[in-house]
Design a protein around this ligand. Structure first.
Ligand code: FE
Length: 236
């Protein structure tokens, strides 16, 4: 069983990131992810010169297209697939199945990659999955402190705030405070476990099944499951 990360170890190992952004103010939903300079103000990219990183990305993209190594239409198709065809509804079906079928739940917690593949959700950015279950005494929350690793086959593409420096640093430094800013207030005796995604391992939070849903079938249950619930920044 993989243990939750030790915050101190993470901060030492990835100090370049956590240290740089630790003091950042925290409008998560407005923060942009500019690795080359920390700032947290909302701004309109149309009225400012692009950042060095944006220019580098654009230059690289232009070069790859010019040399015929990348087809822009193919890139658009990939993004469209994960934005509109995958999205978090796959993950919601996994959660609904786990709520409905105790044997499936056990398989999901034992070997999430295989259990998720049973429903047909396999692929890059989700080749090694771990499912973590919320209970009345434990709340799980997922971050990628290094960049933006995220389980694409079950959740689609990551939201902007997930990739932002303030979320990535503060999720490990002050998870309870971050949850508060998402409107989630947990009793003090609820343990919060923060899981640090990597390119190798991606996490799916199984939220607690809401009370009063005993009569619902899997489709109706899946409709209750939100993306943020499966990242652990919301409760259902
Ligand atoms: Fe990452």
């Amino acid at each position: 069983m993989i243990a939750p990360i030790d915050h101190r170890v993470t901060r030492i190992a990835r100090g370049a990131f956590t240290g740089a952004a630790a003091g950042a103010k925290f409008p998560l939903l407005m923060a942009h992810d500019h690795p080359d300079h920390d700032h947290d103000h909302a701004h309109d990219h149309g009225q400012h010169p692009p950042s060095d990183m944006e220019l580098r990305v654009k230059a690289l993209e232009t070069l790859l297209v010019e040399k015929g190594l990348v087809d822009p239409a193919a890139l658009d198709a990939i993004v469209d697939h994960f934005e509109h065809k995958v999205g978090p509804r796959n993950g919601a079906r996994v959660v609904a199945r786990a709520w409905s079928d105790p044997d499936y739940r056990d398989r999901l917690l034992t070997d999430a990659t295989s259990a998720i593949a049973e429903l047909g959700y396999v692929g890059a950015q989700g080749a090694h999955m771990v499912a973590v279950e919320n209970t009345p005494s434990v709340h799980n929350m997922v971050v990628c402190t290094l960049c933006s690793c995220y389980p694409w086959p079950v959740l689609g593409l990551p939201p902007v705030w997930y990739k932002s420096a303030p979320y990535r640093s503060r999720a490990v430094i002050d998870p309870r405070g971050v949850l508060g800013e998402f409107g989630v207030s947990l009793p003090e005796d609820v343990e919060i476990r923060v899981w640090d995604s990597t390119s190798e391992i991606r996490y799916l939070v199984i939220p607690e099944r809401p009370a009063g849903t005993e009569a619902l079938g899997e489709e109706a249950l899946a409709a209750l499951v939100t993306r943020d619930g499966m990242i652990g920044t919301a409760r259902l």
